[in-house]
Design a protein around this ligand. Structure first.
Ligand SMILES: Nc1ncnc2c1ncn2[C@@H]1O[C@H](COP(=O)(O)OP(=O)(O)O)[C@@H](O)[C@H]1O
Ligand SMILES: [Mg+2]
Length: 322
């Protein structure tokens, strides 16, 4: 069952009324606690991107992401600009993001990757002083229309952050949370089924099947990140946004998440922000390069890494600036 996030045919406003007393109102979504400063956490809490990119050898990484036919456009961004107060962070970005494909956003720290990612599920709405202009169309519908309920939208467009953020609940409850608040199940056995399928799709089931009722926060970092992905999957999203999902993980956990991303690609539209060009080359079919708030160029990952049109892209992928 898909969550309808637009006005229902009988004209009622879609969605749930805002309840300021409830903490993370994001359904199966992957939101930090409401008290966490989600907007700046990747810059303030965790180390920022390396000063020099991982392609210091002046040779861009070889593209090994599976070459698969790119799906139809899932999200179309048109002339997106974002302001934080008086400061403009993004300038007139237009980009089509295909379905059943992994698209990566690369570019030096502060170039607007996270800002643009947050436009796609209206997470910038939650940042005080942030203002977005332009249009984001999902399957042709304007996600910023008044009739769209951002809570339901964020279930359809799930998000995974740099730092895994399971709820302080059991593994089972982390996954069941979204389906429960959205009323997706009518029985315990149905819920058990959703939890199992979601954990299987996230590649975590075998590791946690015998301890579903222990704390999600007791898992390793890589497992927590897969739990958070299972939580997003549990509400039947169409798009999964990932903001540097491996930056806090070791290489083995990173490899597992990358493998998972490739599997999920068959079913979802996936967008990943990464500061690792090697990662972009391993997982994504499409790459968009941002610099100073502008989308410099985008295209097939292979093209971007072997034959970029713009000098700035070449300089970045060959490690001349980071
Ligand atoms: N909540 C915020 N308030 C004010 N400025 C912000 C906020 N979030 C991001 N910025 C600024 O917007 C620009 C783009 O940031 P961001 O999207 O986080 O870049 P990236 O993800 O590429 O590192 C930066 O100059 C950053 O300092
Ligand atoms: Mg960022």
């Amino acid at each position: 069952m898909k969550l309808p996030f637009f006005r229902s045919p009988d004209g009622r406003e879609g969605g749930t009324p805002a309840d300021p007393t409830e903490a993370p109102r994001m359904g199966g979504q992957v939101l930090p606690g409401a008290d966490a400063p989600l907007d700046r956490r990747d810059e303030t809490v965790l180390p920022t991107e390396p000063a020099v990119s991982d392609a210091q050898g002046e040779v861009p990484p070889t593209v090994t992401a599976p070459a698969v036919p790119v799906g139809p456009t899932k999200i179309a961004a048109r002339d997106i600009s974002v302001f934080y107060g008086d400061k403009q962070a993004l300038y007139d970005v237009s980009l089509d993001i295909p379905d059943k494909t992994v698209t990566s956003f690369i570019g030096p720290s502060g170039c607007g990757k996270s800002t643009f990612l947050r436009c796609m599920n209206r997470m910038n709405d939650t940042i005080q002083g942030a203002r977005v202009t332009g249009q984001i169309l999902m399957d042709g519908d304007d996600i910023n229309a008044r009739s769209v309920d951002p809570v339901l939208l964020r279930a359809q467009v799930g998000m995974v952050f740099q730092k895994p953020n399971p709820f302080p609940k059991t593994i089972y409850e982390n996954v069941a949370y979204g389906p429960r608040i959205h009323g997706l199940t009518s029985s315990k056995s149905e819920m058990d089924g959703i939890v199992e399928v979601s954990l299987k799709r996230a590649g975590l089931w075998d590791e946690v099947a015998d301890r579903l009722h222990s704390a999600g926060t007791g898992l390793s970092g890589g497992q927590q990140q897969r739990l958070v992905i299972a939580r997003a999957i549990a509400v039947n999203p169409e798009v999964i946004l990932m903001d540097e999902p491996c930056s806090a993980l070791d290489p083995i956990a990173t490899a597992k998440i990358e493998e998972l991303i490739d599997e999920l690609r068959e079913q979802y539209c996936i967008v990943i922000v990464t500061h690792s060009m090697a990662q972009a080359a391993r997982v994504s079919q499409r790459t968009a390069f941002f610099h100073l708030g502008r989308l410099v160029e985008h295209g097939d990952t292979e093209e971007i890494f072997t034959n970029p049109r713009e000098r700035r892209t070449l300089d970045y992928i060959t490690g001349r600036f980071g």
